[in-house]
Design a protein around this ligand. Structure first.
Ligand code: ZN
Length: 148
């Protein structure tokens, strides 16, 4: 288990140091801003949705390693996904970072790197900020969303 944990930390560190899809998406037709006042994490999520499919997505923001890595991993995981699948993945992801049990979630792929967050309840909002912001973007919510 400790080897696995090291690997997970490596994934988080890698995505924090070199975030994927971290830029403004000029062709975006959905976007929203999110803020986690507990930690000071800020993120803007950009989406290009066509026919119910996320054709492209990106994010810009400043925050801690967990929030940045989570946003980066999320953009990688959701490109090309149907909106319906996204809802399902978010449910699984949310369960993974909040549930006390350690049931594996193979459908989450690399997102499982964030499973360790469940041991740090204060960081759950860091890990889910990008996802909440994504949901707001899908609803074209103009007001900045806050985890509080
Ligand atoms: Zn944070």
């Amino acid at each position: 288990m400790s080897d696995l944990r090291e690997l997970y930390q490596e994934v988080i560190f890698d995505h924090y140091k070199t975030p994927r899809n971290c830029h403004v998406l000029d062709c975006a037709n959905h976007q929203a801003d999110g803020y986690n006042p507990l930690c000071g994490d800020q993120v803007t999520v950009y989406l290009k949705v066509e026919n119910g499919v996320i054709e492209d997505l990106s994010f810009k923001g400043t925050g801690c390693a967990i929030s940045t890595a989570s946003a980066s991993l999320m953009t990688e995981a959701l490109k090309g996904k149907k909106i319906a699948e996204v809802e399902h993945l978010f449910e699984d992801f949310h369960q993974m970072v909040t549930a006390p049990d350690t049931t594996p979630h193979p459908e989450l792929g690399k997102l499982e790197a964030l499973a360790g967050v469940r041991e740090f309840p204060a960081r759950v909002k860091c890990a889910t900020l990008a996802w909440h912001t994504l949901q707001a973007a899908l609803k074209n919510q103009k007001k900045q969303i806050s985890t509080e």
